[in-house]
Design a binder for this molecule. Structure first.
Ligand code: FES
Length: 301
C-alpha cells in the first residue's frame, strides 16, 4: 500500500471538478487535452473553458482512468487551474501538482506528469499549435512498452533533476516493462549529466518534495464474499465502462485467494496490448480500489 498524504486521500475520495464541460457560452472556448492510454494503466482527459477576452481559465474538469494518485493529481490540477491566465497556466509544472498534494510517492510521480502533459495538450489545442506526439518527435522511440520517446525522457530528466533510470521509470514509466530500454535511459542520463557538467543545460530548480511519512492505511480486512462483491463492483463501475470505449470488455470468472481470474472479451481478447490492459488497467485498478495484494490472470474458456 502506498503512503499517501492526507491531501491525496482527500482528493481521491472527494475529487473536485470531475466530469466534462459541455456548455460553451459566447466569448468562451472549450478545449480538451488528452494523455495516457488505458493499456498503460492511466488516461486523463482534461477539459478547460477559457474566457477569450481575458484569456482566463474559468472552468476546468477532468475524466481520469487510473489509480488513487492519478485521480488526486487530476483533481489538484483542475483546482490549480481555475481562475488562472492561460499564459500563467502554461508555466505549471508536474512538481507543483505534486506539491499541492503534499507530495506523491516517487513511484507515483508519473501521475503528476500526466496532469502537466494533459494541460499542455489542452493549451496547445486552444492556441492551435500542433502538439508533437511523443511517438513521433525527433528523438525517436526509446521505450516501446510505454511509447516514450528520447525527447520526452530528456525533458522530464531536465525538469525534475532526475539522475537514475529508476526515477525516470517513476516519472514516465519508461523502463518499467520488459526493461530492454534501461541501458538507453542510462545513456541519456549520462549525456545530460555531461551537458550539466559542461554548463550547457541549467536544470530548473525544483522544490524538494517531502513524502508524507505517516502511513495511511485505508484497507480493512475483507471477507471472501466482500472481496468478490467489491471486485465485481469495481469491474462494473470503473473498468468495464472504460474498456467499452475501445470496444473491449471483461468478465469476472473466479477468485481464488488473491488471484482474480477474468475473461477478456471484445477487442481486448487477443489484442496485442492485452497483457498491459490486464496488468496496468485491470490489476492496478483492483489493487487500488479493493486490495493491494490482488493478482489478475486472464483465462480462456
Ligand atoms: S522497452 Fe522500455 S520497458 Fe520495454
Amino acid at each position: 500500500m502506498w503512503d499517501y498524504t492526507d491531501q491525496v486521500m482527500e482528493h481521491f475520495q472527494n475529487p473536485q471538478n470531475q466530469g466534462s464541460i459541455t456548455e460553451q457560452e459566447q466569448g468562451t472556448k472549450v478545449v480538451t487535452g488528452e494523455v495516457g492510454s488505458i493499456a498503460c494503466g492511466d488516461a486523463l482527459r482534461l477539459h478547460l473553458k477559457i474566457d477569450e477576452d481575458t484569456q482566463t481559465i474559468t472552468d476546468a474538469k477532468f475524466q481520469t482512468f487510473g489509480c488513487a494518485s492519478a485521480i488526486a493529481s487530476s483533481s489538484a490540477l483542475t483546482q490549480l487551474l481555475k481562475g488562472k491566465k492561460v499564459d500563467d497556466a502554461m508555466q505549471l509544472t508536474n512538481r507543483q501538482i505534486a506539491d499541492y498534494l503534499g507530495g506523491l510517492p516517487e513511484e507515483k510521480m508519473h501521475c503528476s506528469v500526466m496532469g502537466q502533459e494533459a494541460l499542455e495538450a489542452a493549451i496547445y489545442s486552444y492556441k492551435g499549435i500542433p502538439l508533437e506526439t511523443h511517438e513521433e518527435d525527433e528523438g525517436g522511440l526509446i521505450c516501446s512498452c510505454f511509447g516514450v520517446s528520447d525527447s520526452r525522457i530528456k525533458r522530464i530528466i531536465r525538469e525534475n533533476d532526475l539522475v537514475t533510470a529508476e526515477e525516470v521509470t517513476n516519472y514516465v514509466k519508461a523502463g518499467g516493462g520488459c526493461g530492454s530500454c534501461l541501458a538507453d535511459i542510462d545513456d541519456i542520463i549520462a549525456e545530460i549529466e555531461q551537458e550539466r557538467a559542461n554548463g550547457v543545460v541549467v536544470a530548473p530548480t525544483s522544490q524538494v518534495v517531502t513524502p508524507e511519512t505517516t502511513p495511511v492505511n485505508t484497507v480493512k480486512p475483507l471477507t471472501n464474499l466482500q472481496k468478490i462483491t467489491k471486485i465485481q463492483q469495481v469491474l462494473e463501475e470503473q473498468i468495464k465502462p472504460v474498456l467499452a470505449e475501445d470496444g473491449g470488455d471483461v468478465e469476472l470468472f473466479d477468485v481464488e485467494g488473491d488471484i482474480v481470474k477474468v475473461i477478456l472479451k471484445g477487442s481486448c481478447n487477443g489484442c496485442a496490448s492485452s497483457t498491459e490492459t490486464l496488468k496496468f488497467a485491470i490489476e492496478a485498478t483492483l489493487k487500488e480500489a479493493v486490495l493491494p495484494t490482488l493478482v489478475v490472470q486472464s483465462v480462456q474458456i
